[in-house]
Ligand binder design. Structure first.
Ligand code: HEC
Length: 178
């Protein structure tokens, strides 16, 4: 005997057995769940995480407006999107975020000689999300993005703050850095 929570007379589809009604609803279940996920605040929070992570991890040095601080921290806004436009540039950014960098550089027409810490403690996807957020703030449309797999590959490379500085020098010679 079919089990129903509604008396047969009040069931919305009179004559349709509850079990077959459930089977008919099954194919739309994934779409229904996807719609709930897309509308949920949880998904909205994930989408904002690049900006949030930048605020937590980077803004104290490079500043909330991404303009850096004269003589101390290089500007990132309008520069990282250009650096990310080439494969070598993405390679450098992935190496930089996973190994750090120290030594004199020219950035945005000004000189800096500081220490950029490594962010090994963050996940590959978090690092990619931060760099994508910074790239999005530049003028390049569509803004280049990088893949979490590119960050994962960088982790395994034997680098240090000095060799990343050398990599930047080679990159600058091949594709003049902004
Ligand atoms: C403690 C301060 C500090 C923090 C925090 C910091 N940076 Fe840096 N960053 C620097 C300094 C200093 C340099 C320049 C290093 C040098 O002169 O060799 C730099 C360089 C860079 C560069 C290279 C710019 C170029 O022209 O090649 C990028 C990109 C960058 N930082 C991104 C980030 C991101 C993204 C975060 C957050 C995940 C971050 N930084 C967090 C201090 C910081």
């Amino acid at each position: 005997m079919p089990v129903s929570v509604l008396p047969a007379s009040r069931a919305p589809f009179r004559g349709v057995r509850p079990a077959s009604r459930f089977r008919r609803a099954l194919p739309v279940l994934p779409a229904f769940l996807a719609a709930i996920l897309a509308a949920s605040p949880w998904t909205a929070a994930r989408a904002a995480s690049g900006a949030e992570l930048y605020a937590q991890q980077c803004a104290m040095c490079h500043q909330a407006d991404l303009k850096g601080l004269a003589g101390q921290y290089p500007p990132l806004g309008g520069r990282v999107d250009k650096i990310m436009a080439t494969p070598e540039g993405r390679h450098y950014l992935a190496d930089l975020l996973t190994h750090g960098m120290s030594g004199p550089i020219q950035a945005g027409g000004a000189a800096f000689a500081g220490y950029m810490p490594a962010f090994k403690q963050l996940s590959d996807s978090d690092i990619a999300a931060i760099l994508d957020y910074v790239s999005d703030q530049g003028g390049t449309k569509p803004a280049p993005h990088l893949d979490a797999a590119e960050i994962a590959a960088a982790r395994g490379r034997p680098l240090n703050v000095r060799s990343v500085l050398e990599e930047r020098g080679a990159l600058d010679a091949a594709h003049k850095l902004p």
